[in-house]
Design a protein around this ligand. Structure first.
Ligand code: COA
Length: 255
């Protein structure tokens, strides 16, 4: 069985980290597998609009970096691993596709960092999220010190990171670390919902949010207009208007 299970269905895919005996920990091979899949769906004409990313079994989404593999690694090899992991996480954020993490169990260290790099997160009632690196004498190295405070605020991020504290699904929802609590079916329904909307519009909205987040408001608003232009020129915008007037669901083609 492959360490990354890919299940396409229409214009969405479910990706399952498939190393259940190691609680789906991120080995070098798994990071490389994810990199290849992100590159594949980024190719023109791939047709994949949304991905639900989850972990095999009901214990863990992802237990972070593979600590057994790490034991045999030199400092240089650890640096290379981190570089590859960080590049992978940035590629998720830059992809035109929408990534939804279905956090089906423990997501610790790199597991939470992987979920943070996704666009949206749904937690099962068994989920536990945490950046627990300081308990191991390191700090989050896959962007956790930067993405967590941007999502939930600096104070709460400091508390969780300094204490290495894990939070369950309900608390994660309350502090804004996940967008919903539910089952795999909820995550998949969200993916199908997104996939049914105009592809150029969804991708433009994702980029406008990501690129505008760190700009002064005036520049950010100007950026929004640039992305709006992309949709203005699209066939799908005209289809949206036509469908509205004909009182039927729109059939978007991604042009
Ligand atoms: N890397 C490699 N192997 C891991 C792992 C990791 N990050 N996390 C768990 N495993 C392995 C365990 O060593 C164990 O292997 P073994 O059967 O050879 O002893 C197996 O997965 C099952 O682990 P176990 O702790 O018995 O499972 P659990 O379901 O009770 O708990 C976790 C799951 C994820 C909560 C727990 O394993 C854990 O806390 N892991 C460490 C997570 C961590 O600190 N990550 C890195 C943060 S920087």
């Amino acid at each position: 069985m492959h360490i990354l299970k890919i299940e396409p269905e229409g214009s969405i895919e479910q990706w399952t980290l498939n190393r259940e005996p190691m609680r789906n920990a991120l080995s070098r091979e798994l990071v490389e597998g994810l990199r290849q899949q992100v590159a594949r769906i980024g190719e023109a004409g791939s047709g994949v609009r949304a991905v639900v990313l989850t972990g095999a079994g009901d214990k863990a989404f992802c237990a972070g970096a593979d600590l057994k593999e790490r034991q045999g690694m030199s400092a240089e090899e650890v640096r290379k691993f981190l570089q590859d992991l960080r590049a992978l996480l940035v590629s998720l954020e830059r992809s035109r596709c929408i990534f939804i993490a279905f956090v089906n169990g423990a997501a610790l260290g790199g597991g939470t960092e992987l979920a943070l790099a996704c666009d949206l997160r749904i937690a099962s009632s068994r989920a536990q999220l945490g950046l627990t690196e300081v308990c191991l004498g390191i700090i989050p190295g896959g962007g956790g010190t930067q993405r967590l405070p941007r999502l939930i605020g600096a104070g709460k991020a400091k508390e969780l990171i300094f204490c290495g504290r894990r939070v369950g699904a309900e608390e994660a929802l309350r502090i804004g670390l996940v967008e919903g609590v539910g089952g795999l079916a909820d995550a998949r329904a969200m993916a199908f919902n997104i996939a049914a909307n105009a592809p150029i519009a969804v991708a433009a909205a994702k980029q406008a949010i990501a690129q505008g987040a760190h700009l002064p408001m005036e520049e950010a608003l100007a950026l929004e207009l640039q992305f709006y232009e992309q949709t203005l020129a699209s066939e799908d915008r005209l289809e949206g208007l036509k469908a509205f007037s004909e009182k039927r669901p729109a059939r978007f083609v991604g042009r």
